[in-house]
Design a binder for this molecule. Structure first.
Ligand code: ADP
Ligand code: ZN
Length: 437
């Protein structure tokens, strides 16, 4: 079901006209109301009137996470605090969080966007949707909550964690839609199996909207097999609005970006140079109609590829490929660039190895060492040293072929790696700045 046919199937020319109007409106507004950004423009002699075409977006200075930090909490807002009807903040593990705010119109726009995302994932009015994202300052739960309600779904706002209760309600309420992080979805499937719940027979799950953390196609398949669900990917971030920026349609050929509300560019992370559509690079977004917190050329650090060819679903908005990594998650190991997602893909492609893993980086004798801990799935391997060693060797070889560097692999017992039940999974542990043991 297409939620907003007029907007979602708009011919490209019309999208671009709408975008230009939104861009001009946003630049005017920011120049007038956001002093730090006005100063950035003034420093290069740029005035709002210089923005005449969509391509002129490239004249505008970037915004980064640092701008949010420097203007904490409300100095980058374009409205007085009294006009905010909601304030969220990102989980920022160190220091002050990133604060984002919404006017009433912003919330309305976000709700509409979420309704769109939910429908394109295949959710229907009448579905029962269980939200296993944490409610709180994090944007995920509230975004989905209002979008699902708008579509006409029965929302079960259980929040994060409480796994056994999640499974009980799923069965008793006949939950058809699950909202969670991919890592938690996987954990739910695992717990169900441990509790002897026959998911296929006893649960009615049909669609999952997953996101908020990186996950690979291999992880998608693992979740689909375990929960007997169609697992859709959904992308967003607090700085832009929260979830709702992009989501899978039922064709599964990339996530449609809400191009009527956001202008997307891809840039080279290192040089900052704009890349042609279709090249892999860092995504940069400009909001087109946000009131409280307009963003101009916000550097996400997320790496993807944009595809603006038509989609079989009928929607005309460009699609972004699954995020393949974050510019700042890239590990440089002995000079070689390694993305955690490459490790996940390699490991999940090996049978006998579970989807739970951790990546540890050490510096020993001035050299970087990468160690991967991954669970084997077959309990009987505990008593079969030879087989265990063969599987370890296989994983080591596969990682070497994928990454081009030697990686230490330690196969660990099933269920021994801690599961993340609330919030985003932490899989990479960089010990290089810790004192050497
Ligand atoms: P925080 O983590 O600081 O609370 P957000 O929840 O807004 O902030 O997180 C946004 C980030 O989460 C994105 O920049 C991206 O790196 C990651 N993210 C969100 N959705 C996805 C997704 N579907 N796939 C991969 N990464 C995602
Ligand atoms: Zn589509």
């Amino acid at each position: 079901m297409i939620w907003n046919k007029e907007r979602e199937t708009m011919p490209r020319r019309e999208i671009e006209a709408l975008q230009l109007e939104g861009l001009k409106w946003t630049v005017d507004r920011v120049y007038e109301r956001v002093p730090y950004y006005r100063a950035k423009m003034d420093a290069i002699g740029l005035k709002p009137k210089h923005i005449r075409t969509l391509k002129d977006v490239q004249l505008l200075p970037y915004m980064t996470k640092q701008d949010f930090r420097d203007n904490y909490p409300f100095h980058n807002f374009a409205v007085p605090k009294e006009e905010l009807v909601r304030i969220h903040a990102s989980s920022g593990t160190t220091g002050k969080p990133t604060v984002v705010g919404y006017t009433r119109n912003d919330l309305e726009m976000w709700t509409e966007l979420m309704a769109r995302i939910v429908c394109q994932a295949g959710v229907m009015p009448g579905d029962t949707a269980q939200i296993a994202f944490s409610y709180g300052l994090f944007t995920g739960a509230f975004g989905l909550h209002y979008g699902l309600e708008r579509v006409g779904c029965g929302v079960v706002p259980i929040g994060g964690g409480n796994t056994e209760k999640q499974l009980m309600l799923m069965e008793d309420f006949g939950t058809t839609v699950l909202i969670a992080t991919p890592s938690y979805a996987l954990y739910l499937g695992e717990r169900a199996q441990e509790l002897g719940i026959d998911i296929e027979k006893r649960l009615k799950l049909r669609v999952g909207l997953f996101g908020s953390e990186p996950w690979t196609e291999e992880m998608r398949r693992a979740i689909e097999n375990s929960l007997h669900i169609k697992a859709t990917d959904n992308y967003g971030m607090s700085e832009l609005i929260g979830p709702g920026v992009a989501g899978d349609c039922e064709e599964f050929c990339g996530m449609h970006i809400a191009e009527d509300h956001f202008l997307v560019e891809t840039i080279d992370s290192e040089s900052g140079e704009v890349l042609p559509v279709g090249s892999e690079g860092e995504l940069v977004f400009t909001s087109l109609d946000k009131e409280a917190l307009p963003v101009i050329r916000y550097r996400t650090r997320d790496i993807s590829v944009i595809d603006d060819t038509p989609c079989a679903c009928g929607r005309t908005h460009a699609r972004m490929r699954k995020i393949s990594g974050r510019a700042d998650d890239m590990l440089i190991i002995r000079g070689v660039n390694v993305f955690p997602s490459q490790i996940e893909s390699a490991l999940l492609g090996i049978s006998g190895i579970g989807p739970h893993y951790q990546i540890h980086v050490y510096r020993r004798n001035h050299l970087d060492d990468l160690e991967v801990l991954v669970e084997f799935t077959d309990d009987t391997l505990l008593d079969n040293y030879k087989k265990l060693m063969a599987l370890t060797e296989h994983a080591r070889e596969k990682l070497y072929n994928t990454l081009g560097i030697h990686v230490k692999v330690r196969l660990v017992e099933p269920h021994s790696i801690e599961r993340t039940q609330i919030g985003k999974a932490k899989r990479v542990f960089d010990h290089r700045n810790e004192p050497e043991q």
